[in-house]
Design a protein around this ligand. Structure first.
Ligand code: CDP
Ligand code: CDP
Length: 224
């Protein structure tokens, strides 16, 4: 019989979490869960209702009957907000900042974490986020904390936008967005961005994607 594995990948924006986690999930044929997309969907709902994403009281109410679903279609993760596929609507700068704001609210986090743990209880997963190793899956098989310098992370995100044809956001804008979220995510009281004591920290500033993936696959072999 095969044992269920869970791999937690945490770290700040642009460290390479989702890129690496997706590749690990393909290699190991296990489910990938992008937990950031869930907070982004909550932010989108708030923005649509003209709710200030820092209004804790209104957000606590908003998530009471929110329906966030993650479906895997053709090896791709799609995120559904109250039945609507919002996958292509949650990558804007406004939603990024909004996600970081709604993620401060304990009621929002508890609701998301419930969904995340439910998925991990049924399938082997590789999950990326900010609090996976410290809070969501404290008993994960392997915990990775990915980092890279702020300059490198901003450059990566900026290049990604250029590839998508987005040219109205400067490198400075991208850097400021990341700095705001890093600070906000690390300083919140409940389940902040932090390295778990038993996580392996990888500084990827000077590593290629392939090097990072191979390093993690090696660590998985050692532990599983
Ligand atoms: O999920 P997270 O915000 O941590 O990062 P991401 O969305 O995976 O974005 C990282 C970007 O940097 C992607 O465009 C990758 O192709 C690139 N990259 C990387 O992920 N890892 C490296 N070692 C080098 C580049
Ligand atoms: O891809 P990127 O690193 O830019 O962001 P993301 O992973 O999509 O997450 C967006 C925001 O959601 C983060 O800035 C965090 O504030 C929040 N988040 C969180 O609080 N906990 C998680 N497990 C995942 C995301």
């Amino acid at each position: 019989s095969s044992k269920r594995v869970s791999i937690a990948i945490d770290g700040p924006a642009g460290a390479g979490k989702s890129t690496i986690a997706k590749m690990i999930s393909k290699k190991l044929k296990i489910v990938y869960l992008d937990t950031g997309a869930m907070y982004r969907a909550v932010a989108l709902k708030a923005i649509r209702q003209n709710i200030d994403t820092r209004d804790e009281e209104k957000l606590s109410k908003l998530v009471k009957d929110i329906n966030i679903e993650v479906r895997h279609i053709d090896e791709e993760q799609r995120i559904y907000l109250d039945g609507e596929d919002v996958t292509n609507l949650i990558r804007t700068p406004e939603v990024s900042i909004g996600a970081s704001n709604v993620a401060v609210v304990p009621e929002v986090r508890l609701k998301m974490v419930e969904i995340q743990r439910e998925i991990a209880s049924k399938c082997s997963v590789v999950m990326d986020g900010r609090d996976i190793g410290t809070y969501v899956l404290p008993n994960a098989t392997l915990k990775i904390f990915l980092t890279a310098s702020i300059e490198e992370r901003a450059k990566r995100r900026y290049n990604e936008q250029l590839l998508k044809g987005i040219t109205d956001v400067s490198l400075e804008d991208v850097k400021n967005d990341i700095l705001y979220r890093d600070k906000n995510d690390s300083s919140r009281a409940f389940a902040p961005l932090a390295k778990a004591e038993d996580a392996v920290e990888l500084d990827t500033t000077n590593m290629s994607i392939e090097e990072v993936v191979n390093k993690i696959l090696g660590l998985i072999e050692d532990q599983c």
